[in-house]
Design a protein around this ligand. Structure first.
Ligand SMILES: [Zn+2]
Ligand SMILES: [Zn+2]
Length: 74
């Protein structure tokens, strides 16, 4: 049986990456099906994460402008 791996975002089920078919010796014969293997990745795609990187744990923090480090740098 041939396999085709399709990676999908686990949250919104959009396609993340489509791998090429991994053919077996019977590839291309009549009635020979290609088994699709779905691999989930633990993200939401950019189109469905409308609020930017809300899934990131650092998103809720105040942005570090680098003010402290630039002060000590001088
Ligand atoms: Zn096959
Ligand atoms: Zn999506």
């Amino acid at each position: 049986m041939c396999y085709k791996v399709v990676e999908r975002y686990s949250v919104c089920k959009c396609i993340y990456f489509k791998h090429s078919i991994d053919p077996c010796s019977a590839y291309g014969q009549r009635g020979h099906a290609v088994q699709e293997k779905t691999v989930l990745v633990g993200y939401v795609c950019p189109r469905h994460s409308a609020r930017g990187c809300s899934a990131s744990p650092d998103a809720g923090r105040w942005p570090d402008s680098g003010y402290e480090s630039s002060k000590s740098h001088r």
